[in-house]
Design a protein around this ligand. Structure first.
Ligand code: ATP
Ligand code: MG
Length: 256
């Protein structure tokens, strides 16, 4: 069924509606799982509460994430269907901005078909050296029951830092137990992922990646390794989550 979705740019929630259309198109194109639409809806709800903007607290988390990525030996960026539908171009730019990084496709609701659609989508933006698609290289993460227990032995398995936006809680916990630093982007400050991750950016993935790239470039030019360690050490993830909850309460309350 073809729909003509014309959203006027003056619409007060233009950005959110256009993003929703990207997810719907991603579902129709086979990138997004049906369950991914529900996860997106949950994200929209929290985005509404936080005012669909990047808070100062999220900016601090982004800064800490940039520092963590730069001090890592081998950071891996995990790609799922929702992220591939929302911002494949931005993910590829992030990968390019960190020379030692790799992209790895990792699906909760795995099908070979969806995996290859995502692979093709990333290739459109110039990245075809993507991990996670060769069955011979997949290894099991301990203590994880879901499909995502399989990760690439050359990728997430040996990474010291894993960037897992829009991630499931079980998986985040398993990665933490393996001793990895986990950076996530999750609009829900109460999700298990948000609470388990080393650095949680409570913001919309689409707004986050350009700011993250900007901070990586800034620190590369201006910060020493010891500055970067200080930023990471002084970052308090629990405080970031509390800030987000506080803002969500106050922001809408002030508008009534
Ligand atoms: P958990 O497993 O961590 O307890 P969950 O089961 O509620 O969380 P999942 O579907 O596993 O949720 O993970 C998706 C998460 O991504 C949700 O917390 C949702 O709010 C968040 N999310 C969805 N869309 C976006 C987006 N565009 N930007 C940032 N976060 C998003
Ligand atoms: Mg979950």
């Amino acid at each position: 069924m073809n729909r003509d979705v014309t959203i006027p740019t003056t619409h007060p929630r233009y950005f959110s509606l256009m993003t929703r259309e990207k997810i719907v198109a991603g579902y129709k194109n086979g990138l997004v799982a049906l369950e991914g639409l529900i996860a997106h809806g949950r994200g929209e709800c929290f985005d509404y509460l936080i005012g669909e903007r990047t808070t100062d607290s999220a900016r601090m988390a982004i800064d800490a994430a940039a520092a963590q990525i730069l001090i890592s030996n081998y950071p891996v960026i995990s790609v799922n269907g929702n992220v591939a539908a929302l911002c494949p171009d931005l993910l590829c730019s992030l990968h390019r901005s960190v020379k030692k990084s790799m992209l790895e496709i990792n699906l909760f609701y795995y099908t070979k078909e969806r995996e290859s659609k995502i692979f093709q989508e990333l290739a459109k933006y110039g990245v075809s050296n993507v991990l996670g698609t060769n069955p011979d290289n997949l290894v099991r993460i301990p203590e994880l029951e879901s499909n995502r227990r399989l990760v690439d032995s050359n990728g997430i398995f040996k990474a010291d830092t894993v960037f897992v936006p829009l991630e499931d809680g079980d998986r985040t916990l398993a990665l933490k137990k393996m001793g990895k630093k986990v950076i996530t982007v999750d609009l829900n400050p109460l999700s298990r992922t948000s609470m388990e991750a080393s650095i949680t950016i409570v913001d919309n993935i689409i707004r986050v990646i350009p700011l993250l790239i900007e901070r990586i470039k800034y620190h590369e030019k201006n910060s020493s390794e010891s500055d970067l360690y200080t930023i990471v050490k002084s970052y308090d993830n629990k405080k970031g989550l509390k800030d987000a909850l506080f803002i969500m309460n106050r922001y809408k309350e002030d508008q009534i």
